[in-house]
Write a protein of this length. Structure first.
Lengths: 315, 375
């Protein structure tokens, strides 16, 4: 073996060349291919927005944007396309999820990075990675079986035993979405807190601050952009969630009197109605208009998130 | 006097902080407990459904491809069990005798042979739930076709996502020349990343079902899912391309390799674990996603072509099935079926992650060989 290697310089060069053979990919072709991949992404994005906007704008023209956003009844059978119940349902349950799920997640992330012992830290992270990988439909099913009866009992305890309330409604969907987004928000927050330079913590300790003061008056304020991006991300995911919410929200197309009455959201109404409405009818077009509103809002959220997170990346 | 009050207040503050810290810790642990309970419930309840061998008279159906499918499922099930056993045995052996290269070979042989033997001999003794057909109205439905579709979707959408995603990432990380094109591309990717999955579903519905009148198909579903995954795959791949040490590429260029050859032989092998983790994340989303699939691939499976490899037929996945059973299913045992479906789904996701961890090791070996070569 030793002899084979130790030969003339030409030989060892020969070996090198054989180890890394000349690529048979022509340079120009590869360059064109990778650029075309980028072009494909661009083209499909434009196509996606174009297709949705075309159908959605037809719907907006037919119904009018005012009723689509603020009309109070959604009843395609009677040509009523009031989108307020849908918009409210989406917004309230996502906001509830941000309060119920994202707040504890951020606080737990602070505890995890600043106070938790190392073995707890790694296994906690592992658990949250697993929980974040669980499909949302599975959370939806668990909520349908266990959470909805529980919330129903709670509702009857609040409003009296024979009042017209139940487990299906905004309360259930907010709790479900909160449980669903918490792991993701927590993981993102942990990353944001871990990016805070360590010498800030040391400086704070050297000034006599306790670990608690350091965590809440130095580390958290420094990482606020990252934390906000994490919460925004959770909010966007909660607002876009479809099937899991559809399972627990009840599906009534009205503005609910309280948090324990059935209502609906934009995305779950789209899935439910799309199976009945024929393409080209006003009912179908109105659904695309709602989807277009969802698209515009989520793009706006992303633009906000991008401006928030950009300086963070540069630092 | 002054001094003692200061110390006192400090002490009082400290005990309050200790209390708050304890409360925060307890709250965090109870948050974790929620997920532990949920996962334990899933595993126990679903596992009970999976191993219940009630009335196992095998229905010899005439659906094309069912025999092959049973063979594959048996190989996967027994292979996974053997793999788990071999991991435990290896951990024990290594603790007792230290590591040995032969242990690796033996355990690989063991896993392969158990999988093959199980597939050959025991493929008709599988848990009925895993291989039988779903049933709308009667008890005892299974998830055989759903499992097949779920895995097939993962394969199909990966064949779209891998070349395009990696290509776009390579372009952005190495070949980008025009800043305007790049910023347009980044905006497009950010937009795609922000869209709720239902919007993708509507797009797929418009293009494939309404415009092309092709009906529900796996192809449409896989296309939509790969669009959904593109921003993720491009982002993670680009990050791992940026993590490749500059010296390695410079060395390759200095040896006379062109930029394309450098990317092919140095950059991509080094970034392989990162690309792989991007793919695993995207496969996880394929397994989990339901809304876009309902609108592009439908909510049913057909008895005539349930196991056909043609991508131009409709078919539901496990996630869609889980939703469908609970929202419009009429079978009396839908709680059981849901538990089993959820458990199979989780098991598939776990298996994908474990497999990817193995694959990343091999890729990592390539990377480390490169590092050694330049040292």
């Amino acid at each position: 073996m030793q002899q084979v290697i130790a030969q003339t310089p030409e030989d060892s060069l020969q070996r090198r060349v054989r180890l890394a053979p000349r690529s048979r990919w022509p340079d120009a072709l590869v360059r064109v291919f990778v650029k075309a991949c980028g072009g494909f992404v661009l083209a499909t994005t434009l196509l996606l927005i174009g297709f949705l906007a075309r159908t959605g704008l037809v719907g907006m023209k037919e119904v009018g944007i005012w009723p689509l956003l603020f009309g109070s009844r959604w009843k395609p059978e009677d040509q009523l396309y009031g989108g307020l119940p849908l918009v409210l349902g989406t917004f309230v349950s996502a906001l509830g999820a941000a309060v119920i799920g994202a707040t504890p997640a951020v606080l737990a992330a602070v505890w995890l990075t600043e106070f938790a012992p190392a073995p707890v830290r790694s296994s906690y992270r592992r658990l949250m990675e697993i929980a974040a990988a669980v499909p949302s439909v599975v959370y939806g099913w668990l909520a349908l079986v266990h959470l909805v009866p529980l919330i129903g009992t709670l509702a009857h305890a609040i409003y009296g035993a024979d009042s017209d309330v139940g487990g299906e409604g905004l309360a259930s969907s907010a709790v479900l979405l909160g449980v669903m987004i918490a792991p993701t928000v927590l993981l993102l927050s942990v990353d944001a807190l871990a990016r805070v330079p360590h010498n800030l913590r040391e400086a704070s300790a050297a000034l006599g601050a306790s670990p608690w003061q350091t965590a809440f008056q130095v580390v958290m304020p420094h990482a606020w952009r990252g934390l906000l991006v994490a919460v925004f991300f959770g909010f966007a995911r909660a607002a876009g969630e479809t099937m899991a919410v559809q399972m627990v929200i009840g599906g009534a197309r009205v503005i609910p009197a309280n948090l324990f009455r059935p209502t609906t959201t934009i995305s779950s109404q789209i899935v439910m109605d799309m199976q009945n409405a024929r393409p080209g009818t006003p009912g179908n077009n109105a659904l695309f208009s709602m989807a277009l509103i969802l698209l515009v809002v989520s793009v706006a959220v992303v633009l906000v998130m991008r401006t928030l997170s950009r300086p963070q990346v540069r630092g | 006097m002054k001094h003692s009050t200061a110390v006192d207040s400090l002490r009082r503050g400290r005990s309050r902080e200790r209390l708050l810290k304890g409360l925060l810790g307890a709250a965090s642990m109870s948050l974790a407990l929620t997920y532990v309970v949920a996962l334990a419930h899933l595993i126990l309840r679903g596992g009970a459904k999976l191993v219940s061998f009630t009335s196992y008279a095998y229905p010899v159906s005439d659906i094309e491809g069912e025999g092959v499918m049973r063979f594959v499922v048996a190989a996967c099930v027994f292979g996974a069990v053997a793999w788990g056993a071999s991991l435990i045995a290896r951990a024990l052996l290594e603790r007792l005798y230290g590591s040995d290269r032969r242990v690796n070979t033996v355990s690989q042989l063991f896993v392969a042979s158990v999988a093959l033997l199980g597939a050959l001999l025991l493929r008709d003794r599988l848990p009925r739930f895993l291989v039988s057909f779903p049933s709308e109205t009667t008890a005892g439905g299974g998830v055989g076709p759903e499992m097949f579709n779920t895995i097939y979707f993962a394969v199909l959408s990966t064949t779209f996502t891998l070349p395009i995603g990696v290509g776009a990432a390579v372009y952005l990380a190495r070949f980008a020349r025009s800043p305007r094109y790049v910023s347009a591309l980044r905006t497009a990717l950010d937009t795609l990343a922000s869209l709720p999955s239902i919007v993708y579903g509507l797009f797929g519905f418009l293009v494939f079902v309404v415009e092309m009148k092709a009906g529900y198909s796996l192809f449409a579903g896989a296309f939509v899912l790969s669009l959904l995954n593109l921003p993720l795959v491009v982002g993670v791949t680009e990050e791992s391309l940026h993590a490749v040490p500059r010296e390695l590429e410079d060395a390759s260029l200095a040896l006379g390799a062109t930029q394309v050859e450098t990317v092919r032989h140095v950059t991509l092998p080094y970034a392989w674990p990162g690309i792989l983790s991007a793919l695993v994340l995207s496969i996880g989303r394929v397994f989990a996603e339901s809304a876009p699939l309902i609108m592009t691939a439908g909510t049913t499976v057909s008895r005539t072509n349930a196991y056909s490899l043609s991508p131009f037929r409709g078919g539901e996945t496990l996630a869609v099935h889980l939703w469908y059973v609970n929202s419009s299913g009429l079978s009396p045992d839908k709680a059981d079926v849901s538990a089993g479906t959820a458990a199979v789904l989780i098991a598939l996701i776990a298996l994908t992650n474990m497999l990817a961890a193995r694959l990343a090791l091999y890729g990592g070996a390539l990377g480390s060989r490169l590092t050694k070569a330049t040292r």
